[in-house]
Write a protein that binds this ligand. Structure first.
Ligand SMILES: *[C@@H]1O[C@H](CO)[C@@H](O)[C@H](O)[C@H]1NC(C)=O
Ligand SMILES: *[C@@H]1O[C@H](CO)[C@@H](O)[C@H](O)[C@H]1NC(C)=O
Ligand SMILES: *[C@@H]1O[C@H](CO)[C@@H](O)[C@H](O)[C@H]1NC(C)=O
Ligand SMILES: *[C@@H]1O[C@H](CO)[C@@H](O)[C@H](O)[C@H]1NC(C)=O
Ligand SMILES: *[C@@H]1O[C@H](CO)[C@@H](O)[C@H](O)[C@H]1NC(C)=O
Ligand SMILES: *[C@@H]1O[C@H](CO)[C@@H](O)[C@H](O)[C@H]1NC(C)=O
Ligand SMILES: *[C@@H]1O[C@H](CO)[C@@H](O)[C@H](O)[C@H]1NC(C)=O
Ligand SMILES: *[C@@H]1O[C@H](CO)[C@@H](O)[C@H](O)[C@H]1NC(C)=O
Ligand SMILES: [Fe+2]
Length: 509
């Protein structure tokens, strides 16, 4: 059978070198793939990533258009880790694929008898309606995170047998093209808090690194049911860097832990940089921090609210700031992110991708304490002028663990058009996916710009692009799949988009 063998483009490797070739803590299944995840990589590419307990010399993926004939092969030399990690992160880019096409794939040493599947992105200008799923602030579910009981000080436990957000995302995955997770992924840095709050009784502080890695691996394992066949596009949140907000106090034992307790994966986005490969080289962005991609009628932009805000600002939450992230910067150029954003926005062809959707971890229009940890005024200063100038349609955020849909806003001013052809960007915060700590209470009374809010149910966002002019945002309650809030944005405009009548392979399971 015909086979092509070619190296994939060398994806930048994270600085930490492998210190051993086999990691055994937490179990050892050698080179068997786990935590499979996908990421769009341009219109004709896909990055397949997975973790293994042992280091792979040449991570390899076989793939093809039929489950019985994985006739293509792609590989890389990226099998990377960092001190204290129990696994290696493998990344392989598949290139020159057909757009909007179902592929079958298998990483080497797979123990799955049937291949996995993915669908490549819809070309820009394809006007076929579709939906995506969005979460922010989604943590590990089960005994290491959010479950039916909580530690001292945590809240909002799940009811017995309540469907959690990961289960709900899994249940509904045939209804969305990809999952977007704009920061705060797993909350593994809460190992310390969970121990202090008596939630993880059989662990000791000294086991910190092992417990951190266990919570992180639990999360990625739980997510695999979704991420192995739906692209999982991610952005940076403070919990990818800040090590339980820079320290915490055990009030019972009168011990204050500072940043010296932080372990490598927790600091400076180390675990996050190892684990993912977002399409920044395809969009002139930077690492997993800021990037953009097209998919059908939409141009998606991930921004970084955690580092590299530029403009001479030292954000309160930037290095040495109130949440002790002590992370970044990731560019040597002062305004690299905003310069990139302006250029990226200016280059969007609105006739092909009429919708521009931005996600960033931290909000600035939200019913929360007006302090730097919840409301990111520095983010507003650097990003909002560009969003207004280029007519961004929707800005998504989380960080505050509740759901709030605002009206379209510019510089605190309500757009008089509302959702009926506004000029100003629409703002939605949905940090209600769920994690160990439960939900946050929104500050009441709700401000003038708040259109709908709820802070008692866990859920995720489903966004449907109907056509060039109509888009619907829904809040889906994880517990029962009910849509608790739905709103449709109308934009009066004409586009050059067409419904695709080309090849679409049969659907995945
Ligand atoms: C395949 O390996 C993974 C990773 O070790 C493991 O979690 C999973 O249970 C295995 N599946 C089968 C079918 O053996
Ligand atoms: C939870 O589910 C289990 C297994 O289906 C069932 O036996 C049990 O009665 C359920 N508990 C509640 C409180 O619904
Ligand atoms: C803690 O360890 C004890 C003794 O091994 C065991 O009985 C108990 O179930 C464990 N608790 C948890 C939450 O794992
Ligand atoms: C807690 O410890 C600090 C110093 O470690 C001490 O000054 C303080 O008195 C202690 N507080 C209590 C309530 O024991
Ligand atoms: C974080 O990592 C980047 C890239 O390696 C580096 O330039 C920066 O100095 C690091 N920041 C901190 C606070 O360690
Ligand atoms: C929030 O605080 C900032 C800085 O202290 C202030 O400039 C701003 O007006 C406040 N916003 C609101 C809505 O109170
Ligand atoms: C679904 O769950 C949500 C959140 O718990 C709740 O508010 C709603 O009433 C439920 N709807 C139905 C139909 O059970
Ligand atoms: C676009 O979609 C909306 C919502 O489904 C529909 O009401 C509207 O008629 C559509 N517009 C066109 C031009 O098809
Ligand atoms: Fe956050």
């Amino acid at each position: 059978m015909f086979q092509t063998l070619r190296p994939s483009v060398v994806l930048s490797a994270v600085a930490f070198a492998a210190c051993a070739t086999s990691k055994t803590a937490g179990g050892d299944n050698g080179p068997v793939p786990m935590q499979l995840r996908l990421a769009y990589s341009g219109n004709t590419g896909m990055v397949v990533s997975w973790n293994t307990y042992s280091q792979l010399s040449r991570p390899t993926v076989r793939y093809g258009l039929s489950p019985h004939d994985l006739y293509e092969t792609a590989w890389s030399t990226i099998s990377i880790t960092y001190p204290t990690s129990t696994t290696y992160n493998n990344h392989v880019q598949l290139r020159d694929l057909k757009p909007d096409t179902l592929y079958y794939y298998q990483p080497e040493f797979s123990n799955s008898t049937t291949p996995y599947t993915f669908r490549t992105s819809r070309p820009a200008g394809d006007g076929t309606p579709y939906s995506i799923a969005v979460v922010v602030d989604l943590g590990t579910m089960g005994p290491d995170g959010l479950t039916t009981h909580v530690g001292k000080g945590a809240g909002n436990p799940l009811r017995v047998n309540e469907t959690n957000t990961i289960q709900s995302l899994s249940r509904f995955k045939s209804g969305y093209d990809f999952l977007w997770h704009a920061g705060d992924i797993a909350y593994a840095d809460y190992w310390l808090k969970e121990e202090i709050q008596g939630f993880l009784p059989n662990t000791t502080i000294a086991e910190g690194a092992a417990v951190y890695e266990r919570i992180l691996n639990d999360f990625y394992d739980e997510m695999t049911v979704v991420t192995a066949d739906r692209p999982y596009m991610v952005g940076p949140g403070n919990h990818e860097a800040n090590c339980d907000n820079g320290g915490t106090t055990d009030k019972v034992h009168n011990i204050t832990y500072d940043v010296s307790i932080c372990i490598p994966g927790q600091t400076n986005f180390t675990g996050y940089r190892n684990h993912f490969r977002m399409p920044s080289s395809e969009s002139a962005g930077l690492g997993n921090f800021w990037y953009s991609f097209d998919h059908g009628m939409v141009h998606y932009i991930q921004i970084d609210t955690e580092t590299d805000l530029g403009h001479g600002l030292i954000a309160p939450d930037e290095p040495g700031g109130s949440e002790g992230e002590d992370a970044g910067p990731f560019s040597d150029i002062k305004n690299a992110q905003t310069n990139w954003l302006a250029k990226d926005l200016a280059s969007v062809d609105r006739s092909k991708t009429p919708w521009i959707i931005v996600a960033g971890h931290r909000p600035w229009y939200v019913s929360a304490q007006n302090d730097s940890s919840d409301v990111c005024l520095d983010c507003q200063n650097v990003f909002e002028p560009l969003f207004i100038q280029y007519g961004v349609d929707l800005v998504l955020s989380g960080h505050v663990h509740a759901y709030e849909r605002n009206v379209p806003l510019a510089n605190y001013g309500v757009d008089p058009a509302g959702l009926n052809n506004p000029k100003a960007p629409w703002y939605i915060t949905n940090g209600a996916a769920g994690h160990y700590d439960g939900l946050d209470s929104l500050l009441e009374p709700l401000p003038y710009y708040s259109a709908f809010a709820q802070d008692t149910a866990y859920g995720w966002s489903r966004i449907t692009f109907h056509n060039c002019t109509h888009m619907t945002h829904e809040f889906v309650a994880s517990a029962n799949g009910t849509v608790l809030d739905s709103a449709t944005l109308f934009k009066k405009r004409t586009c050059d988009v067409q419904k695709n009548h080309g090849y679409r392979g049969h659907d995945s399971h």
